[in-house]
Design a binder for this molecule. Structure first.
Ligand code: ZN
Length: 281
């Protein structure tokens, strides 16, 4: 597929640029700026798409569903059980917000270099903005969402905690520290987009399992809070926080090691594999 925008059907992947005869670009990033036009076109051609030429694919063919977002927000302490394991009080007046710099984005099947022996995993639901919005009301927030995908908020804990105040953004923005994928799923594909089961395994051992209904701040509340300050653009990402089970909160701590295989999963969205290698010394 060579990182081309595709619609995924039970029979395989339908190449959007070719099927639309060039109306939509092959670059997945470009589609978010025309999201409502694109979804209307898909709805209009649903029958033809079902019979279009489709190529079989597997995870290794897929890239990040949003390869170059303008802004990547992330939320800390957004599950009660995770705040408890971190020994921190729940945020009361608004979510804990930080940035993951866009150069840290990678896709499913990525091989990520470990800059130290203090790197941790955090399985998260990731919101992708479709319709731009500034000062969006929570009641209207889902209409601004293009879809949902999975992410790992990979975190280097020494950089994160070494200063007089925590430094979330740099500790979570090394190359490859924001894998997302394997696909983008529109909110209507879920029985309940506010209650999605997600988690991860490390070398086959279950490390995290949670449900997004346990979030402290729901997806609509996060969009309302962020957009009250920052105008949201098509393709912007929100990493919505991680449930309990991170490695750093365990005794003894679990950190990612050379050769480790992390599989992140969520219902409907599927599975994303990330492999880690030690930095060359
Ligand atoms: Zn996180």
């Amino acid at each position: 597929m060579n990182r081309r925008l595709a619609l995924l059907c039970p029979r395989g992947a339908v190449d959007v640029e070719s099927f639309s005869r060039g109306r939509f670009d092959a670059d997945p990033q470009a589609v978010y700026d025309r999201w409502s036009e694109f979804t209307a076109w898909v709805a209009e051609h649903a029958q033809d798409i079902e019979h279009a030429e489709a190529r079989p694919y597997d995870e290794s063919d897929l890239g990040a569903p949003v390869p170059a977002p303008r802004q990547v927000f992330a939320i800390g302490l957004n599950y009660r059980d995770h705040a408890a394991e971190a020994g921190l009080p729940l945020p009361e007046n608004g979510p804990v917000v930080f940035a993951k710099f866009p150069s840290s984005i990678t896709g499913p099947g990525a091989v990520v270099e470990l800059p130290s022996d203090a790197v941790d995993y955090e399985a998260e639901l990731v919101v992708v903005i479709g319709t731009p919005g500034h000062r969006v009301a929570a009641d209207d927030a889902w209409s601004h969402v293009a879809g949902l995908t999975l992410g790992q908020d990979i975190s280097e804990r020494v950089v994160q905690f070494q200063g007089p105040t925590p430094q979330f953004s740099p500790g979570k923005s090394f190359p490859g520290f924001s894998p997302i994928g394997p696909v983008l799923v529109t909110p209507d594909e879920f029985d309940d987009a506010d209650d999605i089961e997600l988690g991860c395994t490390l070398n086959g051992r279950r490390m995290q399992q949670g449900r997004t209904r346990d979030m402290v701040f729901t997806v609509p509340r996060l969009i309302a809070f962020l957009s009250a300050i920052v105008p949201l653009s098509p393709g912007d990402l929100i990493f919505t926080g991680t449930p309990a089970g991170i490695g750093w909160a365990r005794d003894p701590k679990i950190v990612l090691r050379d050769g480790d295989r992390l599989v992140t999963h969520a219902e409907v969205i599927g599975e994303m594999t990330t492999t880690f290698i030690a930095a060359a010394r």
